[in-house]
Design a protein around this ligand. Structure first.
Ligand SMILES: [Zn+2]
Length: 346
């Protein structure tokens, strides 16, 4: 046992003397052949110290499979392939199960499980794994491409986890990209966007301005107030301020993609726990350029604020529900800006 290391002692069924007793677990370097190539790796085995037989060594099935794993990983290292542990780490970084990781990469469902336990990935597969390891953007792109392979709630959860891995520059880019992607179908001026294309900078400026003038501004209040600003601007100037498209919802008139609007980097939203529920509250963003709003636009916002400053979300919603833009549309329908010409409240 000159070149072996004692790892520890374990109480197991000894297959040398067929008795349950304490045996030594030892490790030594060995060579084995993987894919026709000789590799050197560490091998673990048990030693029955009470036996006088010639061969007092044995291995359990578990130990053998660990040894094979070590041999495959030694081969991977010499070929610059990810080891099984590294493959586990790649998927766990995004909170993916083996099956989810395989679906993300467009592979057979058992592929990842096989690479983690009993097979060596070829180079093309290794390259794919490294791409998602190094680049959350590519991981997100793959998720979007293979979105039909995930239940919607799971897809959203995984996407959020991937977005979490982006640095702040990446986050800002992504939050805009995600929000803008909801507006791809509104890429020409129409009655639905108020003859203006989505202007995310403007949306961020308006949110910050409202938050600076209204204390305790919460999410549904803000969303309805965005419509008020766009509707009043349309009534006055025949185009919207932001290019947002609005929808008839139970909570009032809300912009399409409002879930992602809250995630915009320059929208200063904080989740706060009320005694009843989790609510978003909005705060001014002092790093925004104050010239992002024109005099006319600020005047529109001031009109909206002076009317609704003291309305809570339910009162504001009930007020908006009386407008013909709401009354003449149905649940889930988009609101044409032309209906805003008749807005009565201002
Ligand atoms: Zn024994």
């Amino acid at each position: 046992m000159a070149n072996s290391t004692l790892i520890g002692k374990v109480h197991i069924n000894c297959s040398v003397c067929n008795m349950l007793h304490e045996v030594e677990e030892r490790a030594r370097m060995t060579s084995t052949v993987i894919k026709g190539e000789k590799v050197f790796c560490e091998e673990h085995y048990y030693v029955c110290t009470g036996s006088h037989k010639d061969n007092c060594e044995f291995q359990t099935e578990n130990l053998m499979s660990n040894n094979q794993m070590a041999a495959r990983n030694a081969y991977r290292k010499t070929h610059d392939l990810l080891t099984s542990d590294e493959i586990v780490a790649v998927r766990e970084n995004y909170g993916l199960t083996q099956v989810e990781a395989a679906r993300l990469l467009g592979w057979g469902e058992a592929t990842i499980a096989r690479y983690e336990s009993k097979a060596i990935q070829d180079e093309a597969y290794d390259t794919m794994l490294r791409i998602i390891q190094d680049d959350p953007f590519r991981a997100i792109a793959l998720l979007d491409k293979n979105s039909d392979k995930f239940p919607e709630s799971k897809r959203v959860q995984i996407r959020a986890k991937m977005a979490e891995k982006l640095d702040s520059y990446g986050k800002e880019y992504l939050s805009r990209q995600v929000f803008a992607s909801e507006y791809v179908q509104f890429s020409v001026p129409s009655d639905f966007n108020g003859y203006k294309l989505l202007d995310i900078d403007k949306v961020e400026s308006i949110v910050s301005y409202y938050a600076s003038q209204i204390t305790d501004l919460c999410k549904f209040q803000l969303m309805n107030l965005l419509w008020c600003a766009d509707a009043l601007h349309f009534k006055t100037y025949s185009n919207s301020m932001t290019g947002l498209v609005y929808c008839h919802e139970p909570a009032g008139i809300l912009p399409v993609g409002h879930v992602n609007l809250t995630g915009l980097k320059n929208v200063n939203a904080r989740v706060e726990e009320d005694y009843e529920a989790t609510r978003y509250h909005f705060y001014p963003n002092t790093s925004l350029d104050p010239s992002g709003l024109s005099k006319n636009e600020t005047a529109i916002l001031d009109t909206v604020i002076s009317k609704f400053r003291n309305y809570d979300a339910p009162l504001l919603a009930s007020c908006i529900q009386e407008e013909s833009a709401y009354a003449q549309t149905e649940q889930g329908n988009l609101i044409p800006y032309s209906l805003c010409k008749k807005i009565r409240v201002f």
